[in-house]
Write a protein that binds this ligand. Structure first.
Ligand SMILES: C[S@@+](CC[C@H](N)C(=O)[O-])C[C@H]1O[C@@H](n2cnc3c(N)ncnc32)[C@H](O)[C@@H]1O
Length: 204
């Protein structure tokens, strides 16, 4: 008989009292990573399988994508992932206690290319303040995009925020990154031979 406890990756924050500690989210104190805008979950599933001793938490605003990812996690019985269906912008401000995450991934966020829409980009000063608060000291923020204007925007905002150091120094990004699964958008852009920019910042 299988005695395993049921796997419940869905984290329904509407029934919990906020902010949530690491223990309340994961039930343990292991190293933890957050993925913002996980899409259909391919990346978080691969990275969680490759790092069974870490906890992973994903936030996705689109319900259809969230449900697809949930199915993937359940079908593969992956036990180190929790998923939240919510707006990550609000979540980083309201949902988590301070100093929880060792790593934060933002992979191919919506670029909002038109000038009048740039205010919708998730990277701004207030968002960086909130990320800073929920990340551990020396924690790493990884940002990935094919959109050069958003890359420049991000490097400039993080630089002027003054509380993270840019791992890639003056150039600010790399076109190569090792030991990382590819996201769905990354695969599509690479197939189209688009240049990918990998950014990495350390919380000071
Ligand atoms: C361009 S897609 C990239 C998906 C995935 N990260 C990838 O690389 O394949 C951007 C994703 O971010 C999600 N997203 C956008 N704004 C969000 C927000 N405020 N909170 C959570 N997810 C968000 C979108 O719904 C979408 O799934």
């Amino acid at each position: 008989m299988n005695q395993e406890t049921p796997n419940n990756p869905a984290l329904d924050i509407s029934v919990l009292s906020l902010p949530l500690s690491k223990e309340e989210i994961f039930g343990n104190d292991k190293n933890s990573a957050l993925e913002i805008g996980f899409g259909e979950g391919e990346f978080i599933v691969e990275v969680a399988k490759n790092n069974p001793n870490w906890n992973y938490l994903g936030i996705e605003i689109k319900y259809f994508r969230y449900k697809k990812a949930l199915k993937l996690v359940l079908n593969q019985n992956i036990r180190n992932i929790k998923l939240i269906h919510f707006d990550a912008d609000l979540a980083v401000e309201q949902v988590f206690a301070a100093n929880i995450f060792d790593k934060v991934y933002i992979n191919f966020p919506d670029p909002w290319p038109k000038d009048r829409h740039k205010k919708h980009r998730i990277i701004n000063n207030n968002f960086l303040d909130n990320l800073y608060n929920i990340m551990k000291e020396q924690g790493i923020l990884e940002f990935t995009s094919d959109h050069l204007d958003y890359v420049t925007h991000t490097i400039e905002h993080v630089d002027s925020h003054n509380k993270f150091s840019n791992i890639f120094g003056k150039q600010g990004y790399s076109h190569l990154i090792e030991n990382r699964p590819q996201t769905k958008f990354e695969k599509e852009f690479l197939d189209k031979k688009r240049q990918i920019y990998y950014l990495s910042f350390k919380k000071l």
